[in-house]
Every structure is written in C-alpha cells, then in structure tokens.
Design a binder for this molecule. Structure first.
Ligand code: BGP
Length: 478
C-alpha cells in the first residue's frame, strides 16, 4: 500500500454536454430539459418552459459551441496535460425523444469523433450517462421519472452507448448528483435529477421524489449490470453531490440534526455501493407512506448492480441547526442551512471550505469502502480581462490549490483511496444553476456573455499554466 497520489492518477477536467456543446438541433438532436430552461441570475431561478418558446433566451442552445470547437478545445486540454476528460453523452443526440427503439446515427458519430480525439492525446474519457439532460418528450409524455417505464428507456440508452463505445470508454457514471433531489422544494433540482416538473409547493412532491429516485436507482443498477456484461473491464460508478453537514453548535440537538442530515442526503450511496436501502430510510418510508412501489425483483437488482467506484462533486460544506419547535424536522436541502461564521463565501454565497473536502473523503471512505473520484470541484467567479490582456485568476488558483492540498492530505495521512480529480468547468461554460456565463470556473476563458453575445474565442487564464504545472508534477508543485 502506498499513501501518495498514484502514478496513474486521473487528473483532468469536467463538463456536461448541455452546458458546453450548444448545437442543440444539430444532427437530429432532440429537445432536452436543458433546452427548455431559461436563464436566471444570482438569486433568480431559471424557468422551465413546456416547449421552446420563440421569444425567450435559452442559454444552453448555443452554450460555447463545443460541438464545433471540440478539436481545438481538446488540444488545449492536452496542452494542460489532462489524463482524463469528464463529459456526458447528451441523451437527446442518441435518442431525440427518449422512447425510440433505433438510435440516431449522427448523434452516435459525434461521440465516436469526440472520443477518438481524446485518445489521440492519451486522454481517457470519463462519461456520465445522465447529467440534467433528460429528453423533454419523456417529461411531457410520461411525467419524467415518476413513470416506471423510464427504467427501460434509460437502460436501452445505456446499452446502446456501452456497446458502441465499449472500446473507447472505460469510466462511466450513471446519474449526475442523483441525491440533489432530496432538496425537492427547489424545483430546479427536482427537475434536473428526475424530470419532475412540478409546482414547487405541490404537496405531492416529496412522495413523487422518493418514488422517482427509486426508479432511477433501479435503472442505475440495471445499467451497471448490463455494462459489466458488455465489457467486464468497465469501471462503473455512481455520482453524488457531497456537502458535509456540520452542526451549528455543540448542542446535542444540533449534532443530531447534522447526523440526520447526512443520512437524509447520502443514503443514495448506500443503495448504489452497498446494494440496499439503509434501515433509517426504510423506517422513514414506512412511517410516512413513501416509495410505495418497490418489488422483490427491484431489491435483487439493487443488490446485483452495485458500482465499482464513487464519484462525487464537492464545492462546499453546509451548517445546520436543530429546529426547536419541530425536533423531528430533518434538513434535506441547502435552503435550511445556517451561515458558518468561520468560512468565507464565493460571490454566489457558497462557503469555501477545503477541510470539508478532507472531511468528505474520510466520511465516504469510512462508509462505502470504494475508490473515490472527485469529479467536480471549483470556484464560480467573475473574471476580468486585465490591462495587459490577460486573466489573472489568482482567487481560482488559491481555491483549487487548497482543495488539492486537502485531497493530498486525505490520501497521505488518512489513507483514503482517490483515483482522480476533475475540477468543474475546465473551460468556461453555462452555469447549471443560474444559466449564466458570467459564473466562470474555467482554466480557459470563453468570450461569451450572459445574453449570448461574444466571439466564442478561447483564451488561457493564469490558472491554465498553474494547473499544467500541478499535473506535470503529479500534484507536488502546488
Ligand atoms: C453541479 C453540477 C454541474 C455544475 C456545478 C456548478 O451541481 O453537476 O452541472 O454546473 O454544480 O454549479 P453552477 O453551474 O450552478 O455554478
């Protein structure tokens, strides 16, 4: 056993198809959820329209037009030394409606070319099957993941792409941030995970969410089983959003609230890595009449379709306090978080907490005993082009340096097994939460503004050269 960053560590960057590809109708692509999401802003939620409305601006339609720029962009990633590149396959390029039998050949060809270009540079693709990109038709016709038939549609999609790319892609993840929907009161998170487009105050949201989440978990496990048959060398993973929950004080009720909050946010990983629902969730469902439809066959599938590794995004920690008037209330989402006076926040109010990453790595390793991959991490910030024509993003470097240091410490001092690190939005792209371009994460700047204006020209930021050095030294030169 060695307790250092392994030689074959997957340094890279992460994106999602809908946030950068653009070309929303090219090659017969269908309309996805992302294509019917308008732009929001800091504090102004994005709206989801039923269909594309001609007078509205949909930022994902063009995004940064990676669809036509991918060769030049991959060249830049290769120049930084990327060993891997995490992106997703847009479901609607392969199945424009989602419920067809025959896939769309033009869509499949785009990813043939993209993966070939990755391999030209020795870059390993790391692929998410569903990253907030459900076909809009599946939402309109079936109501999204509330319908059990979605399992078959998803598994068919997974089977087609597993077979097609069995030689080009080894690392897969099923659903991006599958646990975000626990915060079902936020319509955006519910819709992006499960395609449940509901009135935010709909009293049925909670029941629908837990049922939809169950179908997604069964679909994920079935996809893992199929993937393993298609290529036993595949590494098949799950993907969670992880923000450790801290108690606001050492008051026992606060500490207990934090414990319950961890249980309520991360039980998806129990199902996906250990193959069964934890007892606390079974008890919760029973007491509240939730997740009514679960069969014995589902339970067997969940047990058989456990993942090889656990991928997760980490941006921040959250802090919670007990509610004295309702001791059985248990926090499910960031809306109930309290401020943490020990932590600074980003311009978008996200606490900055590198030690929280080490905490998360320890907690996940203790509970799930799987190799871990940090598949998102980063600082959304506004970048300015300085008088010398460059972007001096020292704030981004400081954030990433501190987080990579925390990861290194977890590997070296806590013995955690980490197989890769792909910071989010390695090239500027459309923010998922706000639909803005001005919330930037990239090492590469893209000339495009929140209204969709700009030349789309790419430009290296200071962080580009810094990350190049980090990768070259395998994380020694921070
Ligand atoms: C995660 C998503 C990404 C991404 C990131 C940053 O939740 O998986 O798609 O966008 O968060 O969030 P935002 O774009 O809202 O800043």
């Amino acid at each position: 056993m060695t307790f250092s960053i392994p030689k074959d560590f997957l340094w890279g960057g992460a994106v999602a198809a809908h946030q950068l590809e653009g070309a929303w109708q090219a090659g017969g692509k269908g309309v996805s959820l992302a294509d019917v999401m308008t732009a929001g802003a800091n504090g102004i939620p994005r709206q989801i329209t039923a269909e594309v409305e001609p007078d509205k601006f949909y930022p994902n339609h063009e995004a940064i037009d990676f669809y036509h720029h991918y060769k030049a962009d991959l060249k830049l990633f290769a120049e930084m030394g990327f060993k891997c590149f995490r992106t997703s396959i847009a479901w609607t390029r392969i199945f424009p409606l989602g419920d067809e039998q025959e896939p769309n050949e033009a869509g499949l060809r785009f990813y043939d070319d993209l993966f070939a270009e990755c391999h030209k540079y020795g870059i390993e693709p790391v692929i998410t099957l569903s990253h907030f990109e459900i076909p809009n038709h599946l939402i309109r016709k079936y109501g999204g993941w509330r319908d059990r038939r979605l399992i078959d549609f998803f598994v068919h999609f997974a089977t087609v792409v597993f077979k097609r790319y069995r030689k080009q892609v080894k690392y897969w993840m099923t659903f991006n941030e599958i646990n975000n929907q626990t915060n079902y009161k936020e319509q955006f998170l519910l819709a992006t995970d499960s395609g449940l487009v509901l009135d935010a105050d709909d009293p049925q949201s909670e029941a629908l969410m837990y049922q939809a989440a169950h179908y997604e978990l069964v679909a994920s496990a079935l996809a893992v089983k199929v993937g393993r048959q298609i290529n036993p060398d595949f590494k098949l993973g799950c993907m969670l959003n992880v923000s450790p929950l801290y108690p606001a004080t050492c008051k026992p009720a606060d500490a207990f609230q934090a414990l319950k909050a961890m249980q309520r946010r991360y039980w998806f990983a129990d199902v996906q890595t250990l193959g069964k629902y934890p007892r606390h969730m079974e008890a919760f469902f029973k007491a509240n009449g939730l997740r009514a439809d679960i069969t014995l066959e589902d339970r067997i599938v969940l047990e058989e379709g456990t993942v090889d590794y656990l991928g997760f995004s980490y941006y921040n920690s959250l802090t919670v306090a007990a509610q004295s008037d309702n001791p059985e209330y248990h926090f499910v989402g960031p809306e109930a978080a309290v401020a943490n006076s020990y932590l600074a926040t980003s311009d978008w109010g996200w606490p900055i907490d590198p030690l929280g990453l080490r905490y998360s790595l320890n907690w996940l390793a203790d509970h799930y005993h799987k190799p871990l991959m940090i598949v998102e991490n980063g600082l959304g910030a506004r970048d300015e082009i300085a008088a010398d024509g460059q972007i001096h993003d020292d704030y981004r470097i400081a954030y990433l340096r501190a987080h990579i240091q925390a990861m290194k410490t977890a590997i070296e001092k806590d013995g955690v097994e980490v197989i890769g690190y792909t910071p989010w939005g390695c090239i500027d792209l459309v923010s998922a939460g706000t639909g803005q371009m001005s919330k930037r994460y990239g090492f590469i700047y893209v000339d495009r503004d929140d209204q969709g204006n700009g030349s789309l020209a790419r430009m290296k930021k200071d962080s580009f050269y810094w990350y190049q050095k980090v990768i070259k030294s395998n994380g020694q030169d921070l």
